[in-house]
Design a protein around this ligand. Structure first.
Ligand code: SER
Length: 401
């Protein structure tokens, strides 16, 4: 997986004149419209809007690339309920990205995307399906269907693998307000040797979106869409999904991004991860996903708390503890014991994990002790009450309250 990340950056930095610009923290310190960084483009918002302070180094960027730390567990982009139940959504994930700030546009972006996937990474072109914006007068009034993008793609793929969709899939917005535009997505068929066009955007675990190229031309304002002074490119590829494709695995969790964490959960619980669709397997995935969101948030300065982003982090941590408690018999603190594996595995790419390792372990342990205490007491009290009202099978509202 480290090689996948490095190869992507190498392609854009060394091969295509992009500046490596480090990931911003996964908890933004300067954007009140976001709880978490939900996409690589967030930190460049002032550049897209033409509002970047010219004295800042960022103002000089024409092309940039990185792997951004993202969390989608609260706010407009929220995947929390799916995480662990399927094998390709995450609370915390990395988004490999390249950006153009008023430099190349659709033609250049699509060419680089195609070369990166089919030459640099050597993915089979026959397994790639492309979606583009087909128009949507309700959600993106006045924005025409993206025929230009379709024409450019026809140089690379046959028409039957080029599919139009409405704004829900092909007009990308970071939140209620902010830079946005029509997008073109690349979907990968994990099986191959067949026509999978009908499975695109159908939540099929074998045909997944891996990369999104957004052509930023508008700003969403409370009153509607406003054209921006310049045209930009914002792309984002799911690092864990690309790793899955490159490693020929069936699930993101079967890659070396998650295997060390799953192994550690197996050791701590004495159970095995069996790839069956059973509750213990969901618990394995929930835990090895959630530890990443919690650890990276704490490393970036966001501790669990009662409000805002801190409360989302507390809920994520408690969801993991509850799954461990209920389905893996983990009734002593265990989440903190995963941190050394995570820091060992990712600490080179993200040194903040190693630098903050002790703090992360301590904060998680304290949260675990307090929540396990609440959980044990609560379950005991609930069971007593359930027994008491067994005959009526109704728990009265005041008791629940
Ligand atoms: N911002 C777009 C996305 O998150 C592309 O990076 O999908």
């Amino acid at each position: 997986a480290d090689k996948v990340r490095e190869s992507f950056i190498e392609f854009f930095r060394d091969g295509n004149g992009h500046t490596f610009w480090p990931s911003s923290p996964c908890v933004p310190h300067d954007d009140p419209t976001l709880l978490f960084a939900n996409a690589g483009m967030n930190q460049y918002k002032p550049l897209f809007l033409g509002q970047c302070d010219p004295a800042l180094a960022m103002a000089k960027l024409k092309r940039a690339t990185n792997s951004q730390k993202c969390i989608r567990a609260g706010g407009k982009k929220c995947d929390l309920d799916d995480v662990g139940k399927d094998v390709y959504h995450h609370t915390y994930f990395e988004m490999l990205g390249n950006w153009s700030f008023g430099d190349y546009f659709k033609e250049g972006a699509i060419k680089m995307t195609w070369e990166c996937l089919t030459v640099k990474f050597g993915l089979d072109p026959e397994r790639l399906y492309i979606t583009y914006f087909g128009g949507d007068e309700v959600k993106a009034p006045g924005v025409p269907a993206d025929e230009e993008t379709r024409q450019i793609w026809l140089k690379y793929v046959p028409p039957e693998r080029l599919l139009p969709f409405d704004a829900a899939d092909n007009f990308w917005e970071m939140g209620d307000v902010g830079p946005c535009g029509p997008c073109t997505e690349i979907h990968y068929d994990r099986i191959g040797g067949r026509d999978a066009a009908a499975l695109v955007n159908m939540d099929d675990p074998d045909v997944l979106e891996i990369w999104n190229n957004v052509f930023i031309q508008y700003n969403r304002e409370p009153g509607g869409l406003k054209e921006l002074p310049a045209q930009h490119v914002d792309t984002g590829m799911g690092f864990e999904r690309l790793a899955m494709a490159m490693q020929g695995k069936q699930s993101n969790y079967d890659t070396d991004v998650f295997q060390p964490l799953l192994d550690r959960v197996a050791t701590l619980s004495g159970k095995t991860y069996g790839r069956a669709d059973s509750k213990p397997d969901v618990a394995f995935r929930v835990i090895s996903d959630h530890i990443r969101a919690v650890a990276f948030s704490i490393a970036d300065g966001q501790l669990p708390s009662n409000t805002g982003a801190g409360y989302v982090i507390r809920r994520i941590l408690r969801r993991a503890i509850r799954y461990g408690y209920s389905f893996l018999d983990l009734n002593e603190p265990f989440m903190h014991a995963l941190v050394p594996s995570l820091a060992g595995q990712m600490g080179d790419a993200f040194p903040e994990l190693k630098a903050q390792q002790q703090l992360i372990e301590r904060v998680i342990l304290e949260e675990e002790e307090s929540f396990l205490h609440t959980l044990a007491n609560g379950i005991e009290r609930l069971e007593a009450r359930l027994n008491e009202f067994k005959s009526t099978k109704v728990l009265p509202g005041d008791v629940v309250f």
